[in-house]
Design a protein around this ligand. Structure first.
Ligand code: IMP
Length: 434
């Protein structure tokens, strides 16, 4: 079986966790390939709400192996915390059994968090992501596979802490790192994770050769990609399809399906332009009904209408084979729904996203308006989804105006919808009948 890639196609928080959790039922491996604990994935299982930042969403499927891949930056303390929580709710310690950490993945240390806490421009999650990727690019970062070599090495710890302290001082931070604390940290990370650290790319290659099913789980979204996003208001990794295999240590030929997750509207956290952002009652409706608060930082998400310009950009970069539309239920109760089809930039109509942040900030959305559909309670939506999947009716189970809305999005983006989410529950997703 080939690999399937699941990617956010907007500014993150599209609901990747929920889809991966569903697809993981048929997968043997779920792999994170970039980012770190700046991501936040929520999985709802009946009354139980599980939040993950590092553990791949397949954790809830006991037969699924989990990989934290080569392209990631990993905070071991956060990983430990998630594992303790998981152990409390499931009784399982998956380390070395079905959770594996790439020896090539980079480690987020307290130094990286201190540096990130100084950010005043981007609105980062403050989790040390950018500084850890900076050290990787500068070829001075610490990787899981190199831990054993530096464990107990005072000379390494002294020179590393000196370098870190010089950077902290130059950046205006009062925090300092001692060689002793660095050595203690390295020892603790070794003791905690050595059974899981391995050549994960090789494991995946072997699994694919054996015909096993692999899901490559993206974090953040296309518009937060360091190269293809709304630079500089982006994260520090390549969030797109091109990096899904590279960051997992396998070749791109393994991939056949690429699902772009997209909300039925759009949200963003942190700074940077978002042309369809709403500051009115509709924006409040989306934020309140959609419970748009960040899983990682709790920050309020900015909300706006669906933006087909953003989505066409995401499709060009990623070549989606299908779209998974999420949170359609949130639009219920609105009389009319707007869809952004182009921008007006300095008096001219543009159909592509400008690469400059200031030009994007000057873009005004051009909308088409379609009729809205009634609101339902979450249990009613769940009932509609369950019945639709049982009867195989697909999106026909939805109100006519909702079906029309989905069709419009498919035509504007040029990609068919493979599923539509109508609530947070694992089963509140309608599969396409086509
Ligand atoms: P960083 O990834 O912490 O460096 O943050 C850079 C930008 O990406 C900020 O605007 C963050 O709000 C945003 N960001 C990072 N991770 C996520 C995510 O998982 N969802 C949504 N936004 C994110």
């Amino acid at each position: 079986m080939p690999a399937t890639v699941i990617l956010g196609s907007q500014w993150g928080d599209e609901g990747k966790g929920k889809l991966v959790d569903r697809l993981a039922e048929q997968a043997t491996w779920v792999v994170r390939f970039q980012g770190g604990n700046n991501a936040g994935h929520t999985v709802v299982l009946g009354e139980q709400v599980l939040k993950f930042h590092l553990l791949p969403s397949g954790i809830t499927r006991k037969e699924c192996n989990l990989i934290l891949g080569d392209g990631m930056v990993i905070d071991p303390w956060v990983l430990d915390h998630e594992l303790v929580n998981w152990n409390e709710s499931s009784g399982e310690d998956p380390r070395g059994e079905r959770l594996f950490i790439s020896e090539r993945a980079h480690i987020i240390l307290p130094y990286h968090r201190y540096m990130d806490s100084l950010d005043k421009k981007i609105g980062t999650t403050g989790r040390g992501i950018g500084p850890t990727y900076a050290d990787k690019i500068n070829r001075i970062g610490l990787r899981f596979g190199d831990l054993a070599e530096v464990n107990g090495d005072l000379q390494w710890a002294s020179s590393s802490s000196e370098r870190m302290n010089a950077s902290l001082e130059a950046a205006g931070s009062l925090e300092r790192i001692t060689a002793d604390s660095l050595l203690e940290d390295v020892k603790w990370i070794c003791d905690s994770f050595s059974t899981s650290i391995t050549h994960t790319g090789l494991m995946l290659d072997n699994a694919l050769k054996l015909g096993e099913n692999v899901i490559l789980e993206g974090a953040q979204g296309c518009l937060l990609d360091i190269d293809q996003g709304t630079f500089p208001y982006v994260t520090s990794s390549v969030t797109s399809r091109g990096n899904s295999t590279h960051g997992a240590g396998i070749h791109p030929g393994h991939v056949d399906e690429v699902i772009g997750i997209t909300k039925a509207y759009i949200t963003r956290v942190g700074n940077g332009a978002m042309p369809t952002e709403l500051f009115d009652e509709v924006g409040n409706h989306l934020g309140t009904v959609g419970q748009e608060f960040g899983t990682t930082t709790g920050r309020k998400r900015r909300c706006g209408w669906f933006d087909a310009v953003v989505m066409r950009h995401a499709h060009r970069i990623n070549g989606f084979t299908g779209l998974a539309l999420t949170k359609l239920d949130v639009l219920g109760g609105l009389d009319e729904i707007n869809i952004c089809v182009a921008y007006e930039l300095d008096g001219k109509e543009v159909r592509e996203m400008p690469s400059s942040a200031s030009a994007l900030a000057r873009c005004k959305p051009i909308y088409v308006t379609v009729p809205g559909f009634p609101s339902h309670s979450l249990s009613e939506w769940l009932g509609i989804a369950k019945k639709a999947n049982k009867d195989g009716t697909g999106f026909k189970a939805l109100p006519a105006a909702a079906q029309h809305y989905i069709k419009q999005l498919e035509v504007l983006v040029g990609v068919p919808c493979t599923s539509v989410g109508v609530g947070p529950d694992r089963d509140a997703t309608i599969d396409s009948a086509e």
